[in-house]
Design a binder for this molecule. Sequence first.
Ligand code: FES
Length: 309
Amino acid sequence: MSALLDVRVAAIRELTPVIREYRFEPLTGMLPGFSAGSHVQLHLPNGRRNAYSLLGDPADTRQYRIAVRHQDGSRGGSRYLHQSLEVGDRLRLSPPANLFPLHGEAREHILVAAGIGITPFLAYSRELLRRGADFELHYAYRTGTSDAYADELRQLLGPRLHEYQGGVRRLDLAALLQERALGAHVYACGPQSLLLDLQEQAATQGWSPRRVHWEAFAAPEPGQPFRVELARSGQQLEVGPDQSLLEALEAAGVDIPNLCRGGVCGQCQTPWLNGDVEHRDHFLSADERSSSLMPCVSRGCGSPILLDI
Ligand code: FES
């Protein structure tokens, strides 16, 4: 794994009652550069590791900015950030990685965000403006709750920004995708319902999957505790109700590659031999699930899982 970055919390802004923005500065020197769509993992003192999109200008390596929505039923990530993290605290971050990049061959970029899903598009917007690219941003939110960046984006984007306030104007993805040029690419970030709707509408209208991009960072859901055995070492682990299998493996000193920690990137794919697995990822095919699982999100749901590691 690449060396972690040591940073200090330079500022915290409350944007809405449920969304806060955090600005991090390096303890020394500059931070590594990043491309629009990148995320970092925060290594929290409570043992949680969560991934968040970098929303600042990719050209600015003096600081990183992220925004976090407080999740009801948080396992400790967003709750820690909202309730315990303070200006001046030190944190460790993984270096930026990008699972949601802009596509170089796109002639037109259609960005679609709902709620806290706006974060990668703040970095996209600055990058696309710098490139002089053809783009538009569609932003759905609830006023006073999830409209954290509406003012900033109005000033930055003017008529490129299209707003959809809950209960006032509906985001119609079918209409949005109609009669677009073949060089158009669409990118979406937001809740599962938005991403599924986008994929369905795009498929219905004959969009190539190569032109449809989405990002779904979901923190792993809690569940029932379960037991795991590692076939090669014989090690046995208990996974707690608020813990992911990946976190339990890490706590036991077992290093598993990972990037998104949300079941979408494929990095943590791990072979398993038997037991009862509840697959919760968005990466593996039905065939692959018979021999692999994604420990960042998937859990046991009956007899102990025997991992082939
Ligand atoms: S870390 Fe990305 S799928 Fe598990």
